[in-house]
Design a protein around this ligand. Structure first.
Ligand SMILES: CC(C)(COP(=O)(O)OP(=O)(O)OC[C@H]1O[C@@H](n2cnc3c(N)ncnc32)[C@H](O)[C@@H]1OP(=O)(O)O)[C@@H](O)C(=O)NCCC(=O)NCCS
Length: 452
């Protein structure tokens, strides 16, 4: 390890360091890294995060995402900082979460606060001290007039003056910056009108508009709360949009969670794949939310996520990477890419958040009214929580739908798993004739059969 600094080496040599665990963890993260490379994430946070001193840690994690090829647009808020400026200048107005008019003095405060926060964020992205996560990171941060705003105008007789709403996002320029320019784009909650006026925008509205315009993979709100909580106080890690709308209608959420959830639901409804509420108080929360199965906050999706679906040709690479380690240790027979490509329509996959984490294939033998389930795999990180059984039940019903009366598997190492699920050991002569002809005697797989 010639490139490691002395401190890092000593950390690796510390007695509690478990190399196998580290390697396993690193490998488990790989499917997400592949799935999210080249995808766009919009990350939004209020000025409260900066006030709480959580900016540096967040920027370090965002730099890591950027170096993994994730395209980032950051949207910051500045409400507490604007309020502070107003207080310092002796104005009585204070902004809270709702819509409020912005007069000329408040607009000046908003500009000053935005400038200050932007510089703090740019400075944080410019760190590069050795022995820190930012060492060797060269992240370019770009800001600009990407957002056209329009005045909110007069509502119920109240003139909202310099309070505005997003009118248009310069999608081409944004895409150019994050794709061709490999830069992180940083947006302040201000927009400009064709008349040259600046308008004070709600950070949540801006972030949602940008995520929708870019058709982002993720919109992530960093919140001072934990996310949406279940009745027992645990975090509801995954929420279908309709359920999120139900909670919002019930009106039982706290103000901040409700506000973020409302925009998260809107974003998902308008085509953003996933929207998340993630607690900023937890160090590394963005990484945990993105790179672990359940995450640490609440993810809003159009439908529930743990999805079984038929495989398509685009899934071949993911299926092969599930198969490869099991071929290497002899659990599964080797299957060349061409075979998986040819048979891909026989496969069902389990997909979560864009990551394929399980598969199984069904081959039918109509003459004998039998079907074979092959290639049943659940990625090691997801094993042990019933996903294998979900796949099995699905394959059983697929087999039944083809008219099969019996389902069989050939296995060398998983016999007890199948026995526990109603399979009974059979012999080679119980297999369909075609299968008997191709039976690989040197592998000596055991035959297990289940009546459907
Ligand atoms: C077999 C497999 C698909 C099960 O997936 P899973 O999502 O972990 O399954 P479930 O959560 O429904 O079941 C987990 C249970 O099966 C047990 N189990 C896992 N592998 C087993 C095996 N090879 N033999 C016996 N039991 C096994 C676990 O210990 C756990 O038991 P518990 O519930 O008593 O704690 C998964 O372990 C896998 O992908 N294995 C490698 C590939 C393989 O062997 N495929 C079969 C090829 S024929």
């Amino acid at each position: 390890m010639p490139d490691l600094e002395p401190d890092t080496v000593s950390a690796l040599e510390a007695p509690e360091f478990a190399p196998a665990q580290f390697v396993r963890w690193f490998r488990d993260v790989a499917p997400y890294v592949h799935a999210f490379r080249g995808k766009t994430f919009v990350v939004a946070f209020g000025g409260e995060l900066v006030q709480a001193g959580a900016l540096n840690a967040l920027v370090q994690d965002l730099s890591l995402l950027s170096s993994l090829g994730i395209r980032l647009v950051l949207v910051h808020g500045s409400r507490p900082q604007v309020n502070e400026q107003l207080r310092l200048k002796g104005f009585t107005q204070q902004f809270d979460r709702g819509l409020a008019p912005t007069d000329a003095a408040a607009l000046e405060c908003a500009k000053e606060a935005a400038g200050e926060i932007r510089l703090d964020i740019e400075a944080a992205f410019s760190q590069g001290l050795p022995n820190t996560p930012m060492s060797h990171a060269h992240i370019r941060v770009i800001s600009g007039n990407f957002v056209t705003a329009r005045p909110t105008g007069v509502l119920d007789g109240v003139d909202y003056k310099h309070t505005g709403q997003v009118r248009k996002i310069d999608v081409d320029a944004l895409k150019f910056a994050i794709e061709k320019g490999s830069s992180v784009v940083l947006l302040s909650p201000l927009g400009f009108s064709p008349t040259g006026d600046a308008f004070n925008l709600a950070m949540e509205d801006l972030a949602t508009s940008v995520a929708v315009a870019l058709r982002a993979e993720k919109l992530i709100f960093l919140s001072s709360g934990q996310g949406v909580l279940n009745e027992d106080g645990t975090v509801d890690t995954e929420l279908a949009r309709v359920d999120a709308d139900g909670l919002l209608a019930a009106g039982s959420l706290d103000e901040e969670t409700g506000a973020y959830l409302q925009y998260a639901s809107l974003a998902v409804k308008r085509g953003v794949a996933r929207a998340h509420l993630v607690p900023f108080a937890l160090d590394g929360s963005v990484l945990l939310e993105i790179f672990t199965h359940d995450g640490v906050g609440t993810m809003v999706v159009e439908d529930t996520l743990d999805d079984l679906r038929p495989a398509t040709i685009d899934d071949v690479g993911a299926i092969l990477s599930l198969i490869e380690p099991l071929e290497a240790d002899g659990t599964l027979v080797p299957r060349p890419r061409s075979v998986v490509e040819r048979d891909v329509e026989n496969f069902t996959v389990l997909e979560h958040d864009g990551v394929i984490y399980g598969c199984a294939a069904l081959h039918t033998f109509a003459d004998e009214q039998m079907a074979e389930m092959a290639c049943l795999i659940v990625h090691p990180e997801w094993q042990g929580s019933g996903e294998g059984e979900i796949l099995l039940r699905h394959m059983e019903s697929r087999a039944r739908a083809t008219g099969a009366k019996r389902l069989f598997v050939l296995t060398t190492r998983t016999s007890h798993w199948f026995m526990k699920r109603g399979f009974v050991q059979g012999g080679i002569t119980d297999l369909p004739r075609e299968k008997q002809n191709h039976y690989n005697r040197s592998r000596n797989s055991l035959v297990f059969i289940k009546k459907l």
